[in-house]
Design a protein around this ligand. Sequence first.
Ligand SMILES: Nc1nc2c(ncn2[C@@H]2O[C@H](COP(=O)(O)OP(=O)(O)OP(=O)(O)O)[C@@H](O)[C@H]2O)c(=O)[nH]1
Length: 572
Amino acid sequence: MAKIRIYQLAKELGMHNDELLKLLDEMGVAYKSHASTLEDSTAETVKELIGEQRVAEAARRAEEARKAIPHRPPVVVIMGHVDHGKTSLLDYLRKSRIAEKEAGGITQHVGAFEVKTPGGTVVFIDTPGHEAFTTIRARGAKVADIAVIVIAASEGVMPQTKEAIAHAQAAGAKIIFAANKIDLPNADINKVYTDLMQLGIVPVAYGGDYEVIPISARTGQGIDSLLETILLTAELEDLRADPKAEAQGVILEARVDKQAGVLASLLVQQGTLHVGDYVVAGEHWGKLKAMSDSEGTRRSEAGPGSAVQVLGFSELPVAGDTFNWVPDQIAAKEITEERIAERKSLETRPNDGGRARNLADLMRGMQEAERKEINLVLRTDTQGSLEAIQNILERESTDEVKINLLLAAVGAPSESDVLLASTANGAILAFSVNPSGSVKKLAEQKGVPLQSFRIIYELIDEIRKMVKGQKEPVFREEILGSAEVRAVFKLSRGTIAGCMVTSGKIARNAEIRVMRKGKEIWRGGIAGLKRVKDDVREVAQGVECGILLDGFAEFQEGDVLEATQQVEVATD
Ligand SMILES: Nc1nc2c(ncn2[C@@H]2O[C@H](COP(=O)(O)OP(=O)(O)OP(=O)(O)O)[C@@H](O)[C@H]2O)c(=O)[nH]1
């Protein structure tokens, strides 16, 4: 390799000569002038050092930019077992906020409300329970930063407490426990601690990480302390949002009001919404005609952490969809029309959708994503079988593939289990319990694998095969069709092969083998498939088309492009 001169290396690295000379001095490298040559190894070391410095500089700048973004209030959801006091806690929080203003203030349900404390503001999602929470999560948006799980201190941990924990964990929310009903004579905070520890959750009082705050939603005792803990947790999470960014957030609720029309509640997560702005949410768009907050006050703008009710959608947006600011009606219409067209084309695509996913699919997805965890919800008929299967699953977990039980409980799989599995991209295994028709249907809709077993060893066998990869799918390559290159066009966006499909078909998602004189010279994907001027999904025999490949441009007339696809071969 030719030796490099200092000024050449400086140019290559985009540095001034002086800068590089200074660095060489620091490294103790001798030279006469900037025209001196450097040893290869010295040049390599310089490149590495500069590379490292630049990475560090970029990281420092990114951190600085992040720190320049203001903090935002935490968004909290309240969960817990039935009757443990979720609604009472929300009511207390809502009332305490009104009491601070004027008594008798009118509240409006906008899906979330703010509680202002001297230490900061907390946003509470107005609907208790994990269903609302996970429906939103299942649609891909993260709403709650923190889950407050209410446990009645008079009863301790109950089945839905466990479910709530599983849901919050799957959604990646921080968990704070509120030991409620502490005013009751039979309240026993120690039972709450020990119950939690049995689930592997160690409270701070026992040296662990989980805050358990004794409260009474009836008397208000401990609620200040709960709010403080929420704010402290939020501080550690360092939650930030840029009020100047393009507004974005989540649709919390939507309904049609006979007089007003479509009313949607939005939680702004980033940026600031203004009356008059256009937003798109899923397949719907709206021009915000009016906004009001949970106090019924008209707002002209709403920044990060605000929940507002808006008027202006022409059709009902879907709760849980994210919304985004768009500059104008043209953009709003184009984006929603594209989304509708995309959905329709997916619905009409043959052999796609409708097929229930199974565990093998899940494992394949996992392998593709190089994920090392398999998330499972386990449902059994008795406590005994539950423990037995849990123990075996624990043993089957390997270093490569960890089996993570999102929830293990007695009873038939529920719709909430499906949402949980869907959120965590997991599967449901049922042993000796039958899911109801509606649960099966929901699982199908959400693409959650749900399998029932009657014999323990069949269940274990299935898991074992998966973990050990014995069931790794075997694929065979199948030729879909071929096309001959008749002309080559060099355009600014790449080189297009003008082809005639000579047999079968060429599909946009197929893999292409470029054959020259009977030999394969390249293999890869298609970056563009056009028929005249239109992008198309496939082109049939006897039709001309333009093909742009993803990473190959050296076409010659007479090359043959073979379209192939991988077909799974049944091994059972
Ligand atoms: N003594 C006492 N009773 C409470 C407290 N919190 C709630 N309760 C009572 O417990 C019962 C259940 O409270 P809710 O707030 O409805 O419980 P929930 O968890 O929202 O119940 P669901 O919505 O049915 O799941 C009600 O009768 C409340 O009055 C408390 O701190 N102390």
